[in-house]
Design a protein around this ligand. Structure first.
Ligand SMILES: NC(=O)c1ccc[n+]([C@@H]2O[C@H](COP(=O)([O-])OP(=O)(O)OC[C@H]3O[C@@H](n4cnc5c(N)ncnc54)[C@H](O)[C@@H]3O)[C@@H](O)[C@H]2O)c1
Ligand SMILES: [Zn+2]
Length: 264
């Protein structure tokens, strides 16, 4: 039977205890050394809602807003190719969040890594907030809005640059300043495959973990949601406001705001 927690204070105490008990890993390994940090965090859009970035499936998520096309369509590879102007309008308005700042969950995860109690963050998010909070080992399964790459010459541009192109080009489609090529966000669109190296590194991190804390994800977007099956460690913890299809596998099930749960 899973331990079920709904109270934020109880959640904080449980998480603190779990990271203390499992995070340190191999005896004697100091922070940042091989063998330190046998805990892994695997998160999704719910980690960033407290930073003001809407997720997809919550009540106030993007899937409950009205657009000309469904968000899955507008964030697909085919749409990017066939309707670039509309793709970039939606992308700039809804996917890039230049003013968002890390919340308590991002900050605590960075602190845990620094203390040698967390080995890696595996994230489905594309907002870069884990790095902004100071996390070093972040595996971005779906890429990042902070990298935008010319498909012709490989030049790399920032998110701010892509945002500025909205007014600078007639159709808002960013063109490379060096060669005129199309600049594509380094984000995995529906219909595209995940970066193999990032995926394998995520599988390895999860397979080697003693403690896996999964948070702020509906666990319905594959292949990311399938990563949990590689976990062979001691404790699987799920921290999510709404139920997920994998709740039955959790040893500890925490149903509350994740930014509050990590405020310890
Ligand atoms: N911030 C971002 O980078 C961002 C934002 C939106 C979507 N996405 C992308 O959307 C895809 C959607 O999958 P997903 O599972 O990550 O998101 P999702 O929208 O499908 O699910 C989010 C889950 O988080 C929970 N949640 C939301 N706010 C929470 C909070 N404050 N505390 C606790 N739980 C909370 C919800 O109950 C929901 O189950 C991902 O692949 C991701 O790439 C990313
Ligand atoms: Zn170029």
């Amino acid at each position: 039977m899973a331990t079920a927690i709904t109270d934020a204070h109880e959640a904080q105490e449980a998480l603190r205890g779990l990271f203390d008990a499992y995070g340190a890993g191999r005896k004697g390994a100091g922070p940042g050394e091989a063998g330190s940090g046998r805990a892994v965090f695997f998160g999704g859009a719910g980690v960033s809602t407290a930073s003001g970035i809407p997720d997809f499936r919550s009540e106030d998520g993007l899937y409950h807003q009205r657009f000309d096309y469904p968000p899955e369509t507008m964030l697909s590879h085919d749409f990017y190719v066939g309707h670039p102007a509309e793709f970039f309008r939606f992308y700039r308005e809804k996917m890039v969040a230049p003013d968002a700042r890390p919340n308590r969950c991002h900050v605590k995860l960075a602190e845990l890594e620094e203390a040698g109690l967390l080995g890696a963050v595996v994230t489905q998010n594309i907002d870069g907030l884990h790095q902004a909070a100071g996390s070093k080992r972040v595996l971005e399964l779906h890429g990042s809005t902070h990298r935008n790459i010319c498909q012709s010459c490989g030049a790399v541009y920032t998110a701010d640059w892509v945002l500025a192109q909205g007014d600078k080009t007639p159709d808002g489609v960013p063109a490379c300043e060096k060669c005129g090529g199309r600049v594509k966000p380094d984000v995995v669109l529906y219909g595209e495959s995940l970066d193999e190296r990032t995926l394998m590194a995520s599988v390895r991190a999860i397979a080697e973990a003693d403690l896996l804390v999964v948070g702020g994800t509906s666990l319905v977007v594959y292949p990311a949601a399938g990563l949990i099956r590689y976990f062979q460690g001691d404790k699987l913890v799920i921290v999510n406001r709404d139920p997920t299809p994998q709740d039955g596998q959790a040893d500890v099930l925490i149903s509350c705001d994740i930014a509050q749960a990590f405020d310890f």
